[in-house]
Design a protein around this ligand. Structure first.
Ligand code: KG4
Length: 336
């Protein structure tokens, strides 16, 4: 079964082709236009998607070595995301599905991140067994998900304010680092002392996360120290980055450990942009190795937004007989 996946929820336009979950192509056009603004500008993102979508889809089909008539269904990101951006991918997918007279499958972007672990290099690729626990950490979400099957996921806990990626990006911004700051913090942290600064950790019941207090405590540390030394950030950036990263990782692992113990599940995975972080990857691997738990750490290319994961999520929904109507509108927030 050949699925064309289309992703346009935020600032990356992507198209991918999979055959029975084996990746044939995955083309991503990133939008550089936002860098000057320190964050994604929604209107500019929609316009860039409009410019990119036709060449990106054509290139994905070409690289896959198939022709349009080989495609069995089109899977597209219906939400959550930026409304204007989602409209471009949704409208394009509908138009192409109509023209080719093939079914449309609407995909929840977050399910796509979780199911990125099912993108195969070939038929021998090992994938997680069900149920597994997934720590989904991205720029907009931080969730602990119990994945019962590709189409049955339960959210055990999630952030009540900022996401882990937002904590990285907002703290990086006040340090004067480019957007998105997560990868810069990751790099700086490798030369810093993670125990040099202490930032506040949340005390939230259950499996939920909170990262806004950490952001405030980070800001206060900068403010108090800059009064004494105007070069404080420049002189201490590696230690600041390492201490910030350690606090985020400890917070993530604390609740994840609780969920692993409560469910007794022995297979875990991490997904989303923040799962590219070296410290997070090492912490999860070490946690699992110590307990004999099987860990799935994604390839870095599948941690951030990509259409391959959307195609895979669409593959499973399509197998389950779930297609969507041509009138389906995109959703800024999750309802599917
Ligand atoms: O999954 P994603 O591409 O977008 C959403 O769907 O939200 O995640 C983007 C987030 C950004 O916050 C970015 O700073 C973060 O992932 N990120 C990282 C790293 N690479 C990307 N955070 C920490 N360390 C990294 N290496």
């Amino acid at each position: 079964m050949i699925i064309l996946g289309i992703e346009s929820s935020c600032d990356d336009t992507s198209a991918a082709v999979i055959k029975d979950c084996v990746l044939l192509s995955n083309v991503i056009a990133s939008q550089k236009v936002h860098e000057a603004y320190g964050g994604v500008v929604p209107e500019l993102a929609s316009r860039a998607h409009q410019q990119n979508i036709v060449p990106v889809v054509s290139e994905a089909i070409k690289q896959a070595g198939i022709s349009k008539s080989d495609i069995d269904a089109i899977a597209f990101t219906r939400g959550p995301g930026l409304p204007g951006s989602l409209h471009v991918g949704t409208s394009f997918s509908k138009g192409l599905a109509l023209a080719l007279n093939i079914p449309l499958v609407d995909v929840n972007h977050l399910h796509g991140h979780v199911l990125a672990h099912f993108i195969k290099d070939d038929e021998n690729t090992v994938v997680p067994s069900f149920p597994f626990l997934c720590l989904l950490i991205s720029g907009g979400n931080s969730q602990i998900i119990k994945v019962n099957s590709p189409t049955d996921m339960e959210i055990m806990g999630q952030t009540i304010d900022d996401a882990a990626g937002e904590a990285f990006d907002k703290c990086a911004k006040v340090m004067g680092l480019p957007y998105p700051g997560g990868p810069y913090i990751d790099e700086l942290a490798q030369q810093g002392d993670p125990n040099r600064f202490k930032f506040s950790k949340p005390h939230i019941e259950g499996y939920n996360y909170s990262f806004s207090g950490l952001k405030t405590s980070f800001l206060y540390t900068l403010r108090d120290n800059i009064k004494l030394n105007p070069n404080f950030i420049e002189e201490n950036k590696a230690d600041l980055a390492a201490s910030l990263q350690k606090t985020i990782i400890d917070t993530l692992m604390d609740k994840f450990d609780k969920a692993v113990k409560a469910t007794g599940i022995r297979t875990v995975a991490i997904s989303g942009g923040v799962s590219a972080n070296s410290g997070v990857r090492a912490a999860v691997q070490q946690y699992c190795d110590r307990r004999g738990i099987k860990a799935f750490i994604p390839k870095r290319s599948f941690t951030t937004d990509n259409a391959a994961m959307i195609a895979v999520a669409g593959h499973f929904k399509f197998l389950n007989g779930e297609t969507c109507d041509i009138t389906a509108p995109p959703f800024a927030r999750v309802v599917i």
